[in-house]
Design a protein around this ligand. Structure first.
Ligand code: ATP
Length: 463
């Protein structure tokens, strides 16, 4: 089956049409870089979260999970460096005053002008970017001159406990990782886990992003899934550990999510680009509709975070080995935005079936919002509706099941193809005579007759 990647417009249009993704507050004209997940999107996202949790937390004896708060003690972000170093370089359009990421403007200009062999923005300091922009007269997307780049902090600020006019500033977390570090001793004291071990968390993170037009790839709030894998650097070889985690990430994307290897690549961060705390960082990039972009990052953060929290809190965050040697564990962090995973699986499994004039989402069964849809041949035949309802109720106990009795069968198939439902079951007059139904395969459109009592087994066999 030939699958051509969709354009961004095709993807946005399908996801809106079928209720995967809606623009946030669309009745008010929308809110930049914000999207809501509709009836099918919420199911797809839940399946992604569950698969991640199962693979990285539940199926590993060296991992545990946690769910920390979005609002943390503000000192957390001072310790982690986010209040000072969590910045993007921004330029301002001197006419419209709109702000843009300097690195993104440079990258787009280089791609457009075939200059990608020149020094990439990842290798430039903020000052270098300013010089490069003015030397090459790079303009804003509205074709106006831009200011020199300035750093802009990505943390969202809010306040709590407005007592007698006094407000205390807190931040919406910029990453979930810090809630793991601040609970490090709570976890080691309350569980039986020993180094090396990891802690995983899925939850909302917030970043004041200004780059627009990247759909759910880059949003103000997003579902982050992060792992902090703690180890003793004198016992565990960090390079081997990093390779093992890279392999685990690769396997998850290719095997569990069914993404083709040719659409994935590893990219090592340059020295200038790497975060202040990291010794080595890689991005797992995916070929999104707007080019190769970071899907999932993995960084060796050393003992930076725990050390910082120990200093600022005054709490001891050390571990001890069998010889009573005290040390601060080091950490490797695989971190991904599940919204990017969501966009990747839709891009990957989108398919224009020209031969049959239809659009299909060939989602693997474990990702599909519904495993099966049940139809009575006609909605005005109570005898068929009753049998179909009975089958629906039975299946829905076991697997996510959709019901449709609107319009004709052909239209229902087209809808379920776009919704990514792997199988459709139709109840007709023969069902009443011999208790068989037709079951239709989304990808091949082939239909066969099976006993209605065997539908579940068939779904399992063909998952
Ligand atoms: P980018 O360079 O694309 O802005 P980043 O390098 O700042 O991303 P990290 O700080 O490494 O991202 O965050 C870890 C992961 O969180 C990223 O790999 C990505 O999957 C996800 N992520 C980061 N920012 C966003 C966002 N605004 N929307 C959705 N996901 C995001």
């Amino acid at each position: 089956m030939q699958k051509n990647p969709p354009t961004l417009d095709e993807l946005v249009s399908l996801t809106k049409r079928r209720g995967f993704v809606f623009q946030t507050s669309s009745i008010y004209g929308g809110l930049a870089n914000s999207y809501d997940y509709g009836p099918l999107g919420v199911e797809l996202m839940r399946n992604i979260k569950n698969l991640w949790w199962k693979a990285f937390i539940q199926q590993r004896e060296d991992m545990v999970g946690i769910d920390s708060q979005i609002l943390l003690h503000p000192k957390t972000w001072v310790a982690s460096g986010h209040t000072t170093a969590f910045n993007d370089p921004l330029v301002e359009d001197l006419v419209t005053q709109k702000r843009f990421r300097a690195d993104h403007l440079i990258q787009e200009w280089q791609e457009k002008n075939n200059k990608t062999s020149e020094k990439s923005p990842e290798e430039m300091s903020v000052e270098d970017m300013g010089k490069y922009i003015s030397a090459n007269k790079i303009m804003s997307p509205d074709n106006n001159t831009v200011s020199a780049p300035k750093v802009f902090n990505l943390l969202f600020e809010t306040s709590i406990g407005s007592v007698a006019g006094e407000k205390s500033v807190v931040y919406l977390r910029g990453e979930t990782a810090q809630g793991i570090f601040t609970n490090f001793t709570n976890i080691t004291n309350s569980t039986r886990i020993q180094l090396p071990f990891g802690v995983g968390q899925i939850g909302k993170s917030f970043r004041n992003e200004v780059t627009t037009g990247q759909f759910v790839f880059r949003t103000l709030e997003f579902e982050q899934a992060e792992i902090e894998y703690f180890f003793d650097p004198e016992v565990t070889d960090w390079q081997k550990l990093l390779e093992d985690w890279k392999q685990a990430m690769w396997n998850f994307v290719t095997q569990t999510l069914g993404v083709r290897e040719e659409n994935l690549r590893w990219r090592k961060h340059t020295d200038t680009e790497r975060s202040h705390y990291s010794k080595d960082t890689y991005d797992l990039d995916y070929k999104f509709p707007f080019g190769w972009k970071e899907l999932w990052g993995i960084a060796y953060r050393t003992d930076y975070d725990l050390k910082q929290h120990q200093t600022l809190s005054g709490e001891n965050l050390e571990a001890t080995d069998l010889e009573n040697r005290r040390f601060i564990p080091h950490v490797i962090e695989p971190a991904v935005g599940l919204n990017r995973v969501f966009m990747m699986v839709l891009t990957e499994h989108f398919w224009e079936d020209a031969e049959r004039s239809r659009t299909v989402l060939s989602l693997p069964q474990q990702l599909a919002p519904n495993t099966v849809a049940v139809f009575p041949l006609a909605r005005n035949k109570p005898e068929l509706v009753a049998v179909a309802k009975e089958i629906y109720v039975k299946l829905a106990q076991e697997v996510p099941t959709a019901w449709d009795d609107r319009s004709n069968i052909g239209k229902r198939y087209l809808y379920q193809d776009e919704a990514g439902t792997p199988f459709c079951v139709t109840v007709d007059y023969q069902t009443i005579e011999d208790q068989t139904v037709t079951i239709r395969n989304r990808d091949t459109t082939e239909q066969i007759r099976i006993a209605s009592s065997e539908i579940l087994e068939y779904l399992k066999k063909n998952s």
